[in-house]
Write a protein that binds this ligand. Structure first.
Ligand code: ADP
Length: 487
């Protein structure tokens, strides 16, 4: 993949890490490869940093934060706004870089750039509204007030499925609040992080305030974040498994943590739903990013009365999706990210078939050589199948049949996860009842797409801690200080 050759501005493709305002190699010169999952070839190598370079990034963030937090919120907002503008101006190139390293369809990749940039714009504005409060005193001479201050240096660890937006969701509020920031992007997708660092520099973010540590030794970087006393906050998006490890490690310093972890989203279609809308919503929800998002429908429950009609229309619409190279304009669904991801889909497929599932579309690796799997729909899915309890994270849609409302709510809630959920219904009292009964941080009603920077995104149960986006999203990067004055 000649990625530089595809860019209007090839200087956005960088192969150095960004630490303390410098573009650096690893101390020992080590590198690791970045591949294009659509084509299976190597795009370039990037520096493989370790704890020493990470410690330098943290020290730089701590030093830069002194001046950064002392500026007015408006000054910070002006720079962040410029960063947002530059991201949008370079949307095509950033989308191409993203698609090349991650594989998602180019239109979706460009969409992610706009989505990712929106967090910078939103929080630039929100930073101006970090209000405190005054409290009537508890004694005649007392005057009480509360101010809110930046939490301190933030360490961020993010996954490969949204190489841009998972970072901007975190650094937007962190930088707006006045924190220094060290990003450790996923090893699969460091290039999008480095590209926005180029734009950060152009926007005038001071040296050291935003760092990108590229590394294949993620556990080492996680340890440095948790053990370095200058880091005051850990923000993570990824698997529940790794989230648990990090929460454990973070306990050593009693560090503030935000965790966006796994999901197992139910998507429920009731008899009174608008069938065509439900089919469209299910497709958007299940096949976004080729099924590789933590809010993708994992289990589709359809009520008896419309089960067969839904299955037929759904499978037909899915069969029209184009599978191919992410960088190809006509592609709807790109490849999966890795062999391991392919295996997981195959396992869920085989397990479902063994337990009585009926394949009505797809059901095997795609004829295209590489990491491509046919978009798959199975009927007669049951609760004992692996796909009922584990996130498939791929283009595999199991259709469960249900009769009773109470029963489907119980099934939907029968999971350790609680991130996103969805349902289609038109009866108003049902809509209220079901929305309130679902034990999830997010409920989509008659829609399959819920992500926006203006709303609080986050999960309950083992799906995480904290919220990203909305006016609440900046809270995770602030500490409250109570000031008690005697006059
Ligand atoms: P995914 O399945 O999306 O790769 P992971 O939770 O494995 O989810 O990875 C999410 C991020 O966490 C990636 O940046 C990865 O490099 C990082 N990571 C994986 N294991 C650890 C660990 N033990 N400590 C710190 N970070 C880790």
């Amino acid at each position: 993949t000649d990625l530089a050759g595809m860019l209007k501005d090839p200087s956005l493709l960088v192969t150095k890490a960004y630490v303390a305002g410098d573009w650096i190699d690893a101390d020992d010169g080590a590198t690791f490869e970045v591949t294009n999952p659509s084509r299976g070839d190597v795009i370039c190598t990037v520096p493989d940093l370790g704890r020493a370079e990470t410690a330098r990034a943290i020290a730089a963030a701590e030093a830069a934060q002194k001046d950064w937090q002392a500026r007015t919120a408006k000054e910070r907002a002006t720079i962040l706004r410029r960063w947002f503008d530059l991201m949008m101006k370079n949307q095509d190139d950033l989308g191409t870089i993203l698609s090349a390293e991650m594989g998602k369809a180019l239109t979706e990749a460009k969409g992610e750039i706009a989505y990712g940039a929106s967090f910078i714009e939103w929080f630039a504005e929100e930073g101006k509204r970090v209000y405190g409060e005054t409290i009537p005193g508890h004694q005649p001479d007392k005057r009480l007030m509360v101010i809110r201050q930046p939490v301190g240096v933030v360490g961020a660890i993010t996954p490969w499925n949204f190489p841009n937006a998972m970072i901007t969701r975190k650094c937007g509020p962190a930088l707006a609040a006045g924190c220094g920031f060290v990003s450790k992007p996923a090893g699969e997708t460091p290039l999008s992080a480095l590209a926005i660092a180029v734009l950060a520099e152009r926007a005038g973010l001071p040296a050291g305030i935003f760092n990108v540590v590229t590394s294949s030794a993620s556990a080492d970087i996680g340890k440095e974040f948790c053990e370095n006393p200058a880091v005051r906050k850990l923000t993570f998006t990824g698997s529940t498994e790794v989230g648990r490890i990090l929460l454990n490690q973070a306990s050593a310093q009693v560090m503030k943590c935000s965790m966006e972890l796994g999901g197992n989203a139910p998507f429920i279609v009731f008899d009174d739903a608008d069938l065509d809308a439900a089919v469209q919503g299910a497709i958007a929800c299940k096949f976004r990013n080729n099924g590789q998002t933590c809010v993708c429908a994992n289990r589709i429950y359809v009520q008896d009365g419309i089960y067969d009609a839904f299955a037929e229309k759904f499978a037909k619409a899915v069969s029209e999706l184009n599978v191919g190279d992410g960088l190809d304009e006509s592609t709807d669904l790109g490849p999966l990210i890795t062999e391991k991801a392919m295996k997981k889909v195959e396992e869920h497929q085989e397990d479902a078939t063994r337990k009585g599932g009926e394949v009505i579309l797809g059901g095997k690796p795609h004829d295209l050589v590489g990491l491509y799997y046919e978009p798959t729909v199975i009927k007669n899915a049951t609760q004992d199948m692996a796909c009922a309890t584990e996130e498939t994270f791929g283009p595999f849609a199991p259709l469960f049949r249900f009769t009773d409302e109470e029963d489907v709510i119980a099934k939907a809630n029968d999971t350790i996860f609680g991130l996103a959920s969805y349902f289609y219904a038109r009866d108003l009292s049902r809509v209220y009842k079901v929305a309130e009964a679902l034990e999830y941080g997010i409920v989509g009603v008659n829609t399959g797409i819920i992500s926006t920077e203006v709303a609080p995104f986050g999960g309950v149960k083992q799906s995480g801690l904290g919220r990203e986006g909305s006016r609440h999203g900046i809270e995770d990067y602030l500490e409250m200080k109570y000031i008690c004055m005697s006059v």
